[in-house]
Write a protein of this length. Structure first.
Length: 650
């Protein structure tokens, strides 16, 4: 090595201990009081910054009061070495009134906003810089000097690690996942252009781009003791990045509030989700059916929650009444599911939290689709992170549902990525729920072996069979006992209630019992058809509701639709705060959700009384005929049971 290069390398390495950010106040034109107040503000900002932040941003930054900034702008980093503050705010800072002057901005007082502005703009400078520590930068320069002295093209072998990609804060893939700019499916790592985590935002300016997101969130990370509880995943990310955290971070509650979007309007929807009670997270797949929007199945996540007092373990799988389902769905508030709207992203995509028993009934009994529940291989830390992230999404996310590019599978994959941070998930791309399951299994993340034994899978709740198989078995009884001409249960259910009634008098005890189950399915099917007709009729007449016979029922239906959205967008219940609601907000949440739910229950009762006014007379007649069949079958069973002397069914 040449002497000059060697001396330069020693000088570069030797100066690292003193490297640190320095804020220099441009004091010309300021009186003594203004200088003191300004310097106190800068000292407080420096004291709030992480030590590694100050070390890595090794430069002199001049801070100057400027009269040239727009009135609404508090400050701006005009150059890499200059920060401008709005001179119109200086008098209030100097006389102390800024500490007492409330503002409409989120930090409260004018002085706190000025402090947040300094931290915000310094974060921009930090974010634009390469994230080398002072020592790392000097080592890199030393390596370059060695290479030049020895005539090497590139760095010496022992310096190769110095060339690894270093992310700034705002383009770090992990932060982008948490911030709301996830990977786009099928776009080779490209990120979404828009941020849909718009609900419960501390400052919507953060949604404009990742750089502003980082700067805004640094304000809260450094200044708000509750940030650790309101945005826990981001708090941990900043803490890990800086290897430091503010000393005044508040202790956080051990559970997260959520709203249960179940259809039972008689229950209080507000609940508490404790990650410590979650034994497992399963990938819950509803199998495909002939409906074009469901031909690849539906992706969900099942939280296997232990009953209170039960230790975490396999027995928690039997506590079905405690289990919850996380399901991304299109929120259809216009009562009509349009395929065109689904293709153009017109529907909001929201994370519904549903009771497992409702999901089982919805798919196995109504849609006649089986469910498979496959455990995901997650560490306790990953499981906790996934539950936490789901709670954050529940309160903040309001996206756009696209049947092709942002459907249930895509949304579920994004939640798994951001919640667990598993590297194995980064390269996965699937827009199909069944395809996503195959990929998860191939990566060793989902355990399909639990389905190997059908009986055990059903007994332990890894599989929930479609009622279609049960109905077909009951129909086989009718074929054997009554020699009905239909070959499939679907054909039997397509008959009118009057056509099915003709067979009741010929049924023996076993056939009548089978017919009862099938008639219940037929009535349920008619109610489902009636629901669709109700939507269509309502859509056709809603513009004339005020003067038509549909008015009362239509108004009730419209009010239910308008008021039930909060179950999937709970942020509507709170008009202040950000992130996860804290204990001080829970009382208002309980009051607001209880009042909304009571109102929905009264509307539901009113609609139930008036609903038949919206249905076609033919549909009403079919439903009533089915109900009459059920009554007749009940009487037939009692007669046959009495005649048999109380014998059990053969």
């Amino acid at each position: 090595m040449r002497p000059a290069a060697w001396l330069l390398s020693v000088a570069l390495l030797g100066g690292g201990a003193q490297a640190e950010l320095r804020l220099s106040l441009a004091s010309e034109g300021l009186d003594n009081t203004q200088r003191q107040a300004s310097q106190a503000l800068l000292d407080e900002a420096m004291g709030a910054l992480p030590p590694s932040f100050r070390e890595r941003l090794d430069r002199d930054v001049e801070v100057r009061w400027s009269a040239n900034l727009p009135e609404a702008v508090y400050g701006r980093a005009s150059r890499p070495d200059r920060l401008l503050l709005n001179a119109r705010l200086l008098p209030a800072l100097a006389d102390g009134s800024a500490a007492r002057t409330p503002t409409e901005r989120p930090h409260g007082t004018l002085r706190r906003e000025l402090l947040a502005t300094v931290l915000h703009e310094l974060t921009h400078l930090y974010d634009r810089a390469r994230l080398w520590s002072a020592d790392e930068w000097r080592r890199l320069q030393h390596c370059r000097q060695r290479a030049a002295s020895n005539g090497l093209v590139g760095l010496p072998d022992d310096c190769r690690g110095q060339t690894e990609r270093r992310f700034t804060l705002s383009d770090d893939p992990r932060l982008l996942d948490l911030a709301g700019w996830p990977q786009r499916v099928g776009r080779r790592g490209a990120r979404e252009a828009d941020n849909d985590q718009e609900a419960r935002s501390p400052d919507t300016y953060e949604l404009s781009n990742p750089r502003e997101f980082v700067a805004v969130n640094m304000e809260y990370f450094l200044l708000d003791p509750a940030y650790a509880c309101r945005r826990p995943a981001l708090y941990r990310h900043f803490r890990q990045h800086f290897d430091w955290a503010p000393a005044d971070a508040a202790p956080c509650p051990g559970s997260y509030p959520f709203l249960n979007a179940g259809r039972d309007f008689a229950r209080q929807p507000l609940g508490q989700l404790d990650p410590e009670r979650v034994y497992s997270v399963d990938y819950l797949l509803a199998e495909a059916n002939d409906n074009w929007v469901s031909r690849w199945g539906h992706s969900m996540l099942r939280l296997v929650i232990c009953a209170p007092g039960r230790p975490r373990g396999p027995d928690c799988r039997l506590d079905l009444d405690q289990h919850l389902v996380l399901s991304y769905r299109a929120f259809v508030n216009d009562v009509q599911l349009s395929s065109w709207d689904g293709l153009t992203g017109a529907y909001p995509s929201r994370l519904f939290v549903l009771p497992l028993d409702q999901v089982i009934d919805e798919y196995t009994k109504v849609e006649l689709r089986s469910l498979s529940s496959l455990p995901l291989r997650l560490s306790r830390q990953e499981l906790h992170g996934l539950v936490e992230r789901a709670a954050e999404q529940h309160w903040s996310y309001d996206g756009h549902y696209w049947f092709i590019s942002n459907n249930c599978a895509v949304e579920t994959l994004k939640l798994l990525r951001s919640g667990t941070g598993q590297r194995e998930l980064v390269g996965l791309d699937s827009i199909m729920p069944n395809g996503l399951l195959d990929l998860l299994e191939a990566r060793g993340l989902a355990d399909r072996s639990v389905l190997a034994d059908d009986k055990e899978a059903l007994r332990l709740g890894y599989r929930f069979d479609s009622f279609r198989d049960r109905y077909q078995a009951m129909f086989a009884v009718l074929q054997t006992r009554l020699d009905v001409p239909q070959s499939r249960v679907e054909d039997w259910l397509e008959l009118s209630a009057a056509q099915r009634r003709a067979w009741i008098a010929r049924a023996d005890l076993r056939a009548a019992a089978a017919m009862l189950l099938l008639e219940q399915a037929a009535v349920r099917r008619q109610l489902l058809i009636a629901q669709d007709e109700l939507k269509r009729n309502y859509m056709n007449v809603r513009d004339q509701l005020g003067q038509s016979r549909f008015s009362k029922a239509g108004d009730a239906l419209q009010a239910i639709l308008a008021n039930s959205g909060y179950l999937s967008r709970p942020a509507e219940l709170l008009d202040s705060g950000y992130g996860l609601p804290q204990p001080g907000e829970w009382q208002r949440l309980e009051q607001q959700s209880g009042e909304r739910q009571q109102y929905l229950r009264s509307l539901s009762d009113e609609l139930e009384q008036e609903v038949r006014r919206l249905l076609d007379p033919e549909r009403i007649g079919e439903i009533e005929a089915g109900e009459a069949n059920l009554q007749a079958l009940g009487e037939r069973l009692r007669e046959l049971h009495k005649a048999s002397g109380g014998l059990q069914l053969p």
